[in-house]
Design a protein around this ligand. Structure first.
Ligand SMILES: [Zn+2]
Length: 287
């Protein structure tokens, strides 16, 4: 405005610069979405780098300017697994979005007062971050995360919730074989114990394991672990209905830990590293 009126050279040159600069500086549209905060890292003096799961656009990373400073406008919206409404600017040429504003829809910060619940949340967020590609729509994973975190609030950190979360993440990733029949010979499992190599999506029967055929299941040569009938029952219950319905059936604790462990092995095999939060799990004697 002052540029338009000013006669002096300084004012005029400012005006010209702004006018010429504008077409080059493409306007970035402000996007609004629902998101779940997966992780944040300190960035520079007062900013935070935020990894979040946008309900529509999938996993994204962005910068929240000033989020580390006291009295930041982001308040407590950027905590682990916070369910938020988010506004951000996106540029096609840049990997990082610029987070403009967040509003808290639901916080899970209070759950972290319990050690095991905190580990569950950390593990769920770590897994989600590791398995999803950037900007791949992942609404089922979004809902899975939310329903699991809410179940921890209602029921406490019980192993069946983790089993449900892990098995479904493996299934959504397309890495889960059948829990009902041998991956080698195709025979339906009866009441017997079955076997799987750690990280293998398929399970095999005792016969196939004994004659060595089970060894052909990926990853080849890994020592097979047994999986009990009880664990299979928990797994089938998890995959056949809602988490709420599964929990009503009072699933076995050792079975839940066993099937979680099976699913976590598959996840670690696919992401090609150990999950940090898994080491912090307290599984007690049941494993
Ligand atoms: Zn078999």
């Amino acid at each position: 405005m002052s540029g338009r009126r000013a006669d002096n050279r300084r004012g005029l040159s400012l005006f010209v610069l702004t006018r010429e600069g504008e077409p080059a500086r493409k306007r970035m549209p402000l996007k609004e979405s629902e998101a779940i905060v997966l992780r944040t890292f300190p960035l520079g003096e007062g900013d935070r780098l935020v990894s979040f799961l946008d309900r529509q656009s999938g996993k994204l990373r962005g910068v929240a300017r000033g989020a580390k400073l006291p009295k930041s406008r982001f308040g407590s919206t950027l905590e682990l697994l916070s369910y938020i409404r988010i506004w951000y600017f996106e540029r096609e040429t840049r990997e990082l979005v610029r987070i403009n504003q967040c509003e808290l829809i639901e916080s899970f910060l209070d759950l972290q007062r319990d050690y095991q619940a905190g580990v569950y949340l950390a593990l769920m967020s770590e897994i989600t971050e590791a398995v999803l590609g950037e900007r791949e729509a992942a609404d089922p994973q979004f809902r899975l995360l939310l329903v699991s975190a809410r179940a921890i609030r209602t029921n406490g950190p019980i192993p069946a919730i983790l089993a449900y979360f892990c098995l479904w993440t493996v299934r959504l990733g397309g890495w889960l074989g059948s829990l009902d029949q041998c991956a080698r010979c195709g025979r339906a499992f009866g009441q017997e114990t079955v076997y799987a190599s750690p990280g293998s999506s398929g399970m095999c029967c005792a016969e196939c394991r004994e004659d060595g055929r089970g060894l052909y299941l990926e990853p080849a040569g890994a020592r097979m672990k047994s999986i009990s009938q009880v664990a299979l029952l928990v797994g089938r219950a998890a995959l056949s209905g809602t988490l709420e319905r599964m929990l009503k059936g009072n699933p076995s604790l050792p079975g839940s830990n066993e099937i979680s462990s099976f699913a976590l092995d598959i996840l670690e095999h696919h992401i090609e590293r150990k999950l940090v939060a898994r080491q912090m799990l307290v599984t007690g004697k049941s494993e």
